[in-house]
Design a protein around this ligand. Structure first.
Ligand code: DGJ
Length: 720
């Protein structure tokens, strides 16, 4: 059993493969967190934290030592004596926002509770859940806290359900399903920040007193701040030290808050926040939050990352993503909007000859879509570009012996579109205020069921009987003027959350309606690079930036929290230069390989090189897709990036060393491949050189050339 209740000490103990999480019921009322760390026996669990601090409020009967402001809590409530950042603020009929939920009962069960229309970790045979029920006597509300355990990857997830069993409506004003109080603050915080075209830059800074946070008010998790964060020892490295990782299984506006308090404790809160979220619960109604996840590693940051990698691959991504992902030729950077049947059939023919699995027709095929000013919302083929229609075109592509993928951006509408002319009220906007445009487009109100139903009908008709293998699902602006024509004024705070539920509903519908197709998600590159989206697609377009130098940074940082299988990596135009092509290919091998270049303008030599690259990639693509990732040098810290992937039985290793532009010529790096089996012999299939496992573990020397576009790749196979 992963979850136990120990009667004597009134503790709940949650064990994963390598970790223990524990909390205690105190005075039949409070839930006091006691431990999260390396797996320990329950006898070794520490005591509750009961200590007197002045200015800390308490219940008279329990005395001054027992303040909710000092307890490490599992969930904290606004207005009830805990002055730190709170997990829940619920406004009941008295209008104060004060609640005081007290422990009522628990239940442990196999599997998990499904979340209403939200993505969530898929239960496997080991999954167990602890449900804690708390009640607030004044509002009459019931709160259920859930702890679902994915023991194999040391992941614990947290979500909450609130039921209004009282006599009046209540409004949730802040909702943070994950609360973790740690008794220390000597930690660094790692987060991923960025912008469009430069997502997921790594930031590592020491915690300080006060609240430090990342979040999004953009209606998407965003390019600017990713929901993944980690806390680690200040000296923690990839292989040593303690690290705690957190993430949110959600794709909309969010908040990660970390507060260092007066006791030098640290509180972590992950959730929907309060700025872009409120939710009214009528009598008898309930609300289910999205799920947040956490992990702990005693063996460095690398193990924390691998815990998330394994969980996302096995419990989040669609099972089909474990199979080889198609090597695509995407038309965007080659053609932008200048596509038509003739050009694309030439693309399909050449792509097939060069060894591609699939042609992906990007933006520009529908409505009056000749640039980004028109057409979104009109999801029918542009007859000037496809005179015989989409169905006939796709048949011709298929006749070339290649698969077919197509771009869509369902959540958006251009003011210059038939859809907007017919239904301006379907775009998010606030009555009497000029709606802002971004990329000349508005955001459809996905909180409105009618809009979601309409999109289903439209796509159903457009793609009926067409053999589509792949959708690239894009989202190219953030939400402003967030007002929904179907929500009453007092419910407008629900628009962000209901929007996301509408998106998830449509995504699930796509999956069911087109069961033979897979989805790649995208939001102007990595604007929704999050675990929520990972549930629906086999991969995510990591960034619109395909410059290999920048990509080296982006990919290395993304690997902190997400597996390579989620990362769509394209080789873009190498300007006919073979060395650059080789470099771009080696950079793209960090994730799932694809290409985005004008194949009709390529020399035979370039095409032959690409064909060889694709064939080689296919010989070892399972390593990045399914293998364990070990970072040896982060490009943000050193003049180069080095990492390797290793398979489960450690018989295959793919080592990659990517030099930055300004590497020092001739400097030698010792790279330790600790996962090699000591007494085995490995052959590098690229150079034919042999190495003993012992040598690999002690380290092999790789000399940096100091030349632009230089990278070293070794594909090591164990000799039997
Ligand atoms: C943004 C995406 O990131 C690009 O790859 C491309 O699909 C364009 N949108 C098309 O408009």
């Amino acid at each position: 059993m992963s979850i136990r209740f120990i009667k004597d000490t009134q503790q709940f103990v949650i064990n994963t493969k390598n970790t223990t999480y524990a909390f205690a019921i105190h005075r039949d009322r409070y839930l006091c967190h006691t431990y999260y760390g390396k797996r320990v026996r329950s006898a070794a669990l520490p005591e509750k934290r009961l200590k007197m601090y002045s200015f800390a409020p308490y219940i008279a009967e329990y005395g001054e030592k027992e303040s909710p402001d000092i307890f490490m809590q599992e969930c904290s409530f606004y207005g009830s004596g805990d002055f730190r950042a709170n997990s829940l603020r619920l406004c009941s009929a008295d209008g104060t926002g004060v609640t005081d939920f007290v422990y009522s009962s628990y239940r442990i069960f196999k599997g998990r509770r499904e979340l209403d229309g939200l993505p969530a970790g898929r239960a496997d045979e080991h999954t167990q859940t602890l449900e804690i029920t708390m009640t607030d006597s004044v509002s009459g509300c019931k709160l259920m806290l859930y702890y679902t355990v994915f023991a194999e990857n040391d992941i614990i997830s947290r979500y909450m359900v609130i039921e209004n069993l009282g006599e009046h409506s209540v409004r949730i004003d802040k909702c943070m399903p994950l609360t973790l109080d740690l008794p220390r603050s000597d930690l660094d915080m790692i987060s991923l920040y960025g912008r469009h075209n430069h997502e997921v830059n790594l930031q590592r800074v020491p915690l300080h007193h006060g609240v430090q946070s990342v979040g999004s008010r953009r209606g998407a998790t965003s390019h600017q701040y990713n929901p993944f964060i980690a806390l680690c020892d200040s000296k923690a490295t990839e292989e040593k030290g303690e690290a705690y990782g957190f993430n949110f299984v959600y794709s909309g506006s969010f908040l990660d808050e970390v507060e260092v308090d007066q006791t030098n404790g640290t509180r972590v809160l992950i959730g929907l926040g309060s700025e872009c979220f409120s939710y009214t619960l009528g009598v008898g109604e309930s609300f289910c939050s999205p799920e947040a996840v956490m992990t702990y590693s005693a063996n460095g940051i690398g193990q924390m990352s691998r815990n998330f990698h394994g969980f996302i691959r096995n419990n989040i991504m669609p099972p089909v993503s474990l199979e080889p992902h198609p090597v695509v030729l995407n038309t965007w950077e080659a053609c932008y909007f200048r596509i038509n049947e003739e050009i694309l059939l030439d693309f399909a023919r050449e792509a097939k000859k060069t060894g591609f699995d699939m042609l992906v027709m990007d933006d520009g095929w529908f409505g009056k879509r000749n640039n980004d000013r028109a057409g979104l919302g009109d999801w029918f083929e542009n007859r000037e570009k496809f005179p015989d229609g989409l169905a006939s075109f796709v048949k011709k592509v298929k006749a070339e012996g290649i698969k077919f993928g197509i771009w869509v951006e369902p959540e958006m509408v251009n003011p210059d579109s038939d859809l907007y002319r017919a239904h301006p009220e379907w775009a998010l906007r606030v009555e009497g205020r000029e709606p802002l445009r971004s990329r000349h487009q508005f955001v459809l109100d996905m909180a409105n069921d009618e809009v979601v139903e309409y999109l289903m009908e439209m796509f159903d008709k457009t793609f009926e009987g067409i053999d589509i293998d792949y959708f690239k699902w894009d989202m190219n602006r953030h939400m402003s003027n967030v007002g929904s024509s179907v929500l009453a004024p007092e419910r407008q705070g629900e628009a962000h959350f209901r929007y996301m539920k509408g998106v998830y509903k449509l995504l699930s519908w796509f999956g069911k309606r087109f069961p033979n197709a897979v989805i790649e998600t995208c939001s102007g590159g990595g604007g929704r690079y999050d675990i929520g989206m990972m549930q629906y697609g086999i991969q995510i377009w990591t960034s619109d930036n395909t410059n290999p130098y920048d990509r080296t940074y982006i990919q290395a940082s993304a690997m902190m929290g997400y597996p390579a299988a989620t990362m769509s990596c394209h080789v873009s135009d190498p300007h006919g230069d073979l060395k650059s092509l080789d470099y771009r290919y080696k950079v793209a091998l960090g994730g799932m390989l694809g290409y985005e270049l004008n194949i009709l303008k390529m020399s035979d030599e370039i095409k032959e090189t690409i064909a060889r690259q694709i064939a080689e990639y296919k010989s070892f693509d399972s390593l990045a897709r399914l293998g364990d990732y070990h970072s040896l040098a982060l490009p943000t810290k050193y003049g180069y990036s080095a990492y390797y992937y290793v398979n489960a039985d450690r018989s295959e290793i793919l080592l990659s060393v990517i030099e930055k532009k300004d590497c020092k010529k001739g400097s030698t790096k010792l790279l330790k491949i600790r996962e090699a089996i000591a007494d085995a012999i490995y052959t590098d299939k690229r150079s034919g050189k042999q190495y003993s496992g012992e040598t690999l573990r002690r380290g092999i020397s790789v000399e940096l050339s100091g030349e632009p576009d230089s990278a070293t790749l070794m594909y090591l196979q164990r000799e039997i």
